[in-house]
Design a protein around this ligand. Structure first.
Ligand code: ATP
Ligand code: MG
Length: 296
């Protein structure tokens, strides 16, 4: 299937380097995205990874997912992508339960989602160009000129256009992560799932990645689910917004961002359950000893 023409609008925005404000006048229906888990449970043999998990992420909202290693964060993202099925419960994307859908129908949903896997997961034998093009080819795009144009656009969004002919082995960890983001956004997802996007990165590169995440959220209205171990990242996303003028993060309060702040929520997974779910203000004020551990 050819890449649809209506996708051209946001891509144009990208190529304009985010020099303009939110495209509120757009009639692009891909923007209305929500995720909802209803009473989801999943065990691998006797390992009960998720046990009656419910939460919602509204359109344009950011959910920061916290939890110790092995608590089921990556599994949860894979459930939302429909890569694995739960033992019970519903995984709803835009109001539709993905659990009973066959693979053929899941494909259409997956096209609306971009994922940045924990490991970066680039194809080592493919160039940066082909890694990013992969997603477009998967979508059925066959016009080489259009593919290259699109690849250059998304690479310039993450400031990696100069590396288009490089192989993944020639890139640093932060560069690979940025290429992964470019690949994830190539087909204009309305939902972005980030699995520990700043893991193993220095604070400066982590800031670049957080800025990218905020840029997609604030300029394109992308619904985001961000897994992180670094509370500093979570706060950066909760308290800062992307400024097109400065091409950087600025405090939300300076940018009329009270709304944006409210649109970030935190979820702490523990023993397979939702231990905490609340706003930035609520997590900061929480007296729960387990939640406090994430704030230290
Ligand atoms: N395909 C699988 N088969 C069996 N067990 C699995 C599988 N995938 C995940 N698990 C188990 O599910 C649990 C949760 O794994 P998951 O990868 O979601 O953890 P995580 O919260 O992402 O941890 P980390 O912070 O280290 O990335 C772990 O106990 C893991 O061993
Ligand atoms: Mg993980």
């Amino acid at each position: 299937m050819a890449v649809r023409a209506r996708r051209a609008v946001p891509l144009q925005l990208m190529s304009e380097r985010m020099g303009i404000s939110l495209p509120s006048s757009s009639s692009d229906d891909t923007r209305a995205a929500t995720i909802e888990l209803r009473r989801v449970s999943l065990a691998f043999e006797d390992n009960q990874v998720l046990d009656d998990v419910s939460f919602q992420v509204g359109e344009g909202e950011t959910l920061v997912l916290l939890g110790v290693t092995g608590s089921g964060k990556s599994v949860l993202l894979k459930l939302i992508l429909g890569l694995i099925k739960p033992d019970g419960g519903e995984v709803r994307v835009d109001g539709r339960d993905l659990v009973p859908l066959p693979e053929t129908e899941l494909f259409a949903f997956r096209r609306r989602m971009g994922i940045v896997f924990q490991e970066g997961a680039l194809f080592d034998s493919l160039s940066v160009l082909e890694n990013v093009a992969y997603r477009l080819r998967e979508d059925g795009e066959t016009n080489e000129e259009r593919i290259e144009r699109r690849v250059r656009e998304v690479l310039s969004f993450v400031e990696m256009e100069h590396a288009i002919t490089k192989m993944p082995a020639e890139l640093s960890g932060g560069m690979r992560r940025r290429v992964s983001i470019a690949r994830a956004i190539a087909s204009e997802p309305s939902i972005m799932l980030y699995d520990s996007p700043t893991g193993g990165l220095d604070p400066v590169t982590a800031h670049t990645i957080n800025t990218l995440i905020a840029k997609l959220r604030d300029v394109q209205g992308v619904t985001s689910l961000v897994v992180t171990h670094r509370l500093a990242d979570a706060y950066a996303l909760a308290r800062f917004v992307y400024s097109s003028d400065k091409q950087d993060l600025v405090p939300a309060s300076e940018n009329g961002g009270a709304e944006r702040q409210a649109a970030t929520r935190f979820l702490v997974l523990r023993h397979g359950q939702v231990h905490f779910l609340g706003t930035t203000a609520e997590i900061v004020a929480s007296t729960d000893p387990y939640v406090r551990k994430f704030l230290e």
